[in-house]
Design a protein around this ligand. Structure first.
Ligand code: 2HA
Ligand code: ZN
Length: 270
């Protein structure tokens, strides 16, 4: 059996959460990440019949039964993950229609997965319906996106259009736009269900006055989505209080669609 700390999925997870912390997106225990793994990859590093603990999830996710996830722990600080991965991360397999999670590795201090596990698992289920390649759900608290939800309308078309106008890359990176939830109580099945519903039409879902959720086929794509949306929000927060002399026009956004072979969400451009 190989050392799981050398597994590419583990190395990439540790690098990603370390980088998220470095970006200031995950103060204290803020943020959480889940990465879906293939059974054959897990089996290279762990005896998958050796269940350490069984943890109830508090929800059902029948389509995820039998699936494996590497997940950040509840109350854990991203800045500490690189120094003690086995305390701050856990590897679980969902069973019994997703109502139970079998712990195969990690959470060695008796901990468990993030309080946002429902939003993560329900989002995985929703994204896998749209794109069977989806593997990652990522949540964090980037300051400018958060700030924007205090001063910008939460209308999804308007919010998306503003971000697209803030840097040329935005429409290329997230042509489906960003979906937006109003403030809701976090850590609940309700916000999990609402997030998953929004995930059916976009890989980015803003949680107003809280943060953002991203989904993607790997950690790089998901990190890059959030990074690009946050850059757009940063520009917006720099200019929102100044007279706008120039912008990226809808005509120019159409040129970007053609040049980069992407299709803006229907009805979002004139
Ligand atoms: O895990 O970010 O939304 C801490 C959070 C909760
Ligand atoms: Zn949060």
């Amino acid at each position: 059996m190989k050392d799981i700390l050398t597994a590419p999925f583990m190395v990439e997870m540790i690098r990603t959460v370390t980088n998220m912390y470095a970006h200031g997106w995950d103060e204290r225990n803020g943020g959480n990440v889940s990465l879906m793994l293939e059974e054959k990859d897990v089996a290279e590093y762990l005896d998958i019949t050796n269940v350490l603990r069984v943890i109830p999830t508090g929800f059902a996710a029948p389509t995820l039964a039998g699936k494996y996830f590497l997940v950040t722990g509840t109350g854990k600080y991203f800045k500490n993950v690189q120094y003690a991965p086995d305390v701050n991360l856990g590897l679980v397999r969902l069973v019994e229609d997703g109502k139970m999670a079998e712990l195969l590795w990690g959470y060695t201090d008796g901990g468990q997965f993030t309080s946002e596990f429902p939003a993560h698992m329900m989002s995985h289920a929703a994204r896998l319906e749209v794109n069977p390649e989806n593997r990652v759900v990522m949540h964090c608290h980037p300051a400018n996106l958060l700030a924007m939800t205090y001063v910008h309308t939460l209308d999804e078309i308007a919010f998306t259009r503003t971000l697209w106008q803030m840097c040329t890359e935005c429409i290329v990176v997230f042509p489906e736009g960003v979906n937006v939830l109003p403030w809701m109580l976090c850590g609940t099945n309700e916000i999990g269900e609402a997030t998953a519903e929004k995930m059916k039409t976009a890989r980015l879902v803003v949680w107003s006055q809280h943060g953002i959720y991203g989904a993607g086929k790997d950690l790089d794509e998901t990190f890059g989505l959030i990074e690009t949306a946050e850059k757009g929000a940063e520009i917006y927060m720099k200019i929102a209080h100044l007279p706008r002399v120039n912008t990226i026009t809808d005509e120019q956004l159409h040129l970007l669609e053609k040049r980069f072979n992407v299709k803006a969400r229907d009805g979002y451009l004139n």
